[in-house]
Design a protein around this ligand. Structure first.
Ligand SMILES: Cc1cc2nc3c(=O)[nH]c(=O)nc-3n(C[C@H](O)[C@H](O)[C@H](O)COP(=O)(O)OP(=O)(O)OC[C@H]3O[C@@H](n4cnc5c(N)ncnc54)[C@H](O)[C@@H]3O)c2cc1C
Length: 510
């Protein structure tokens, strides 16, 4: 027994591990409880096919905050990234293609091959993101401001128009205003959690992801051993600070007495007491499944139920006996690293159609696809000569019409295979085996409510202080996951900020 404060963390997602490490570093006695047999949540490597290891959910390390990496000495604990440059190869049905490079001037040259004028506009386009995403990024490792506070901070500065545009403008307008060629527009169009690229505020949804332009290149890329390489390093760092991590342990309920969290009740029935309980589960699961409505202020459960988790994605994986043939685009002798990340989105209309089908409950016939073949860089994932390919597919209906996901999964997977085959004709012959994760699968496997990859949609109404806070109405209960500010992706920022909020509160109480 010790007289240290005991913190229990529900979930060993990357944010749970980050919170655990910071709290233990500050002297708390920390126990992490994870229901799966592996740590990492949506940041894991799994052997989905015998002899083929894949990053089963997240696949690119592009937003992990340098401060977290350095504070927790993750490199000392095995974190290592393979840089990805070009970071995207974008083929078009007409045989043309674009490469996107970490150096924006090189990307501008690529766009210039398609349209001279568009090549000249690439610098402006990135300048806009430098401002817009910069406004979001400067608050990443801080407690969330209100929108009014951000507005006051930018008022009268050159950031003010970018802030207004981000909250009110559509990403489709932005790319159409900057670029004339359909291919260049399609290359730069992405609406992320806004779904509809014409939605007001879709620039903010994209702006969140564009914060990756501020990530140091040494921390941007494919982690060695897959995304699980990140969370293995985090778990090792946490343990080095004295954290105990138990896997295969599901928390059934958060125990509350007199308005204060007193511990957790496990699925086994055992109760574990704690001074502080921190939930890495998403806000809907935390408030609606792990707490009794009677322990919450009136109206809170309804409000949480109305939070938006409406936009979802597919994750497709396949084991490959050889690389698919993209020679039509790249010629016979090309650098295999060009295939590390491939994106399929030939036009703005194609993007809109994928979204419209998903919005209407239909798995898109031709999804927008972010394809990754990490094994061209990381030889630890497969046997020599063989490869793994993963696809992040946009968009998937959360609740499909015309059948259950168990009935529609096979066809949705075949749609992905057929679409890729239009670009790499021998694709089907390369496949040893494949699996598709629908939003329902992500909910079942990863406990992501509605399969939401960022716990809640990242849209203007759910950014900054409009996202659930680290502190909850139940004293001693905190949230530390992607459902809090600044949001999802593998950033470590919610975990960092939650730990600091807890430590600040403890100092105030003492
Ligand atoms: C398909 C997909 C693709 C993505 N692609 C990328 C990408 O390329 N790059 C990127 O940066 N981000 C990506 N993301 C987003 C990113 O992975 C997530 O936003 C992030 O990992 C969330 O981390 P977290 O720690 O907050 O929560 P999670 O990873 O969701 O962890 C929560 C943990 O809590 C556990 N848990 C929940 N309830 C209980 C309970 N009752 N008892 C015990 N344990 C419990 C869960 O099992 C889980 O391990 C992707 C996500 C998905 C799903």
């Amino acid at each position: 027994m010790t007289n240290k404060m005991r913190a229990i963390i529900i979930g060993a997602g990357h944010n749970g591990l980050v919170t655990a490490a910071y709290l233990a570093r500050a002297g708390l006695d920390v126990l992490v409880l994870e229901r799966r047999d592996i740590v990492g949540g949506a940041c894991v490597t799994e052997e989905l096919f015998p002899g083929f290891r894949v990053s089963s959910c997240s696949y690119i390390c592009h937003m992990l905050q340098s401060k977290v990496i350095d504070d927790l000495e993750l490199r000392k604990h095995g974190f290592e990234v393979h840089p990805v440059d070009p970071y995207r190869f974008q083929p078009f049905p007409n045989g043309r293609y674009m490469l996107l490079w970490q150096d924006h001037e090189r990307t501008a040259e690529e766009a210039g091959r398609i349209s001279r004028r568009d090549g000249q506009r690439v610098r402006d386009f990135y300048a806009f993101w430098g401002r817009a995403a910069g406004i979001l990024h400067r608050y990443f490792l801080k407690e969330p401001p209100t929108l009014a506070e951000v507005a006051r901070a930018v008022q009268g500065t050159p950031d003010e128009p970018a802030f207004e545009r981000m909250l009110t403008g559509s990403i489709a307008d932005l790319v159409e205003e900057h670029f004339e060629s359909e291919e260049v527009r399609a290359t730069f169009l992405d609406a992320q959690d806004a779904g509809d690229p014409r939605a007001p505020g879709s620039i903010a949804a994209m702006g969140y992801i564009m914060c990756d332009i501020f990530t140091e290149l040494r921390n941007w890329g494919i982690p060695h051993g897959g995304m699980g390489g990140i969370t293995q390093a985090m778990a090792s760092a946490a343990r080095a600070h004295g954290v105990e991590i138990r896997t295969g342990v599901e928390v059934r309920r958060i125990a509350v007495g007199r308005g204060r969290a007193t511990g957790v009740v496990l699925a086994s029935g055992e109760t574990l007491p704690a001074d502080v309980v921190v939930s890495n589960a998403d806000p809907k699961r935390t408030f609606l499944a792990l707490l009794d409505a009677a322990d919450l202020p009136e109206g809170l459960a309804d409000g949480v139920g109305r939070l938006k988790s409406n936009v979802a994605y597919f994750k497709f994986h396949c084991a490959l006996r050889r690389l698919p043939d993209f020679t039509r685009y790249l010629g016979a002798r090309y650098d295999l690293r060009f295939l590390t990340q491939v994106r399929i989105c030939p036009s703005v209309g194609y993007f809109e159609q994928a979204w419209n089908e998903a919005r209407n409950g239909i798995p898109p016939a031709h999804p927008v696809m972010h394809i990754q073949v990490p094994s061209v860089l990381d030889k630890s994932l497969t046997a020599p000569g063989t490869h793994v390919m993963s696809v992040w597919g946009l968009y998937a209906p959360v609740h499909p019409h015309g059948g259950t996901w168990d009935e529609l999964r096979e066809q949705a997977g075949r749609n992905i295979i057929e679409t890729i085959s239009q670009y790499a004709p021998d694709f089907k012959e390369c496949i040893v085996d494949w699996q598709l994760f629908t939003p329902l699968d992500l909910e079942r496997r990863n406990y992501l409510t509605d399969g939401n990859i960022r716990h809640l949609d990242i849209v203007p109404g759910q950014m900054f202080s409009l996202r659930p806070g680290y502190r909850t109405p139940v004293a001693g209960l905190y949230l530390c996951g992607a459902g809090t500010h600044p949001g999802g992706e593998v950033t470590g920022a919610p975990g960092h900020n939650a730990a600091h909020a807890i430590l600040r509160d403890m100092r105030r109480v003492k």
